[in-house]
Structures are given as structure tokens and as C-alpha cells.
Design a protein around this ligand. Structure first.
Ligand code: ZN
Length: 101
């Protein structure tokens, strides 16, 4: 379930942004206070964003449809029902001539 990883990634990115904004708001809004405490959050912030971005990158294939292999063109033998290649001249199973289409 990669969708859960996406949510987790968004959560970590949000948490990182929150930590950074908390750190700076603490630093700017409360001058003179012990802003050194916010220094630890400044480390957690980028770590959270990087971790979240990594999780988002990991879960990215969920949202990008995987390029599917082109199906080999086949048709059904009108005589025996066997699946044969579209351009086959005759059925491999019953040797029925497949001149049409
Ligand atoms: Zn056949």
C-alpha cells in the first residue's frame, strides 16, 4: 500500500516545515529568550523534509501509470479457437489457413 507511504511522506515534510518555522518563529518572536533551544529543531526540520521527500519519491509510481508493455497482437483461430499471432498464415494447432484479416 504505497498510498500510506505518500501520506507518511507528506507528514514528514509537514513536520519538517513545522520544525523549521517553529525554530524561526521562536527566534524572531521572542528576542532575548534562549533561542538556542530552537537549534535542535532546525536540524530535525531538513531531516524531516528530506525523509518525507524520499518517501514521496518512493511512492511516486502510484500516481504515474506504469507504461504497459504493448500486447502482442493475436487472434483466435476460427476453426479450433487457439490463440495465434495476428500475422500467422496458418493455425499452429489445427493448421487451418488464416488468410482473412
Ligand atoms: Zn486452429
Amino acid at each position: 500500500m504505497l498510498a500510506g507511504v505518500t501520506i507518511l511522506g507528506l507528514f514528514f515534510v509537514g513536520l519538517g516545515i513545522y520544525f523549521i518555522s517553529y525554530c524561526f518563529s521562536n527566534y524572531y518572536n521572542v528576542p532575548g529568550s534562549n533561542s538556542v533551544d530552537g537549534g535542535g529543531y532546525l536540524i530535525f526540520g531538513p531531516v524531516g523534509i528530506v525523509l518525507g521527500a524520499g518517501l514521496l519519491w518512493y511512492s511516486l509510481p502510484v500516481f504515474i501509470p506504469i507504461k504497459q508493455k504493448p500486447q502482442p497482437k493475436v487472434k483466435t483461430c476460427p476453426s479450433c479457437g487457439a490463440i495465434v499471432e495476428e500475422n500467422a498464415a496458418q493455425c499452429e494447432k489445427c493448421k487451418n489457413q488464416l488468410s482473412d484479416t
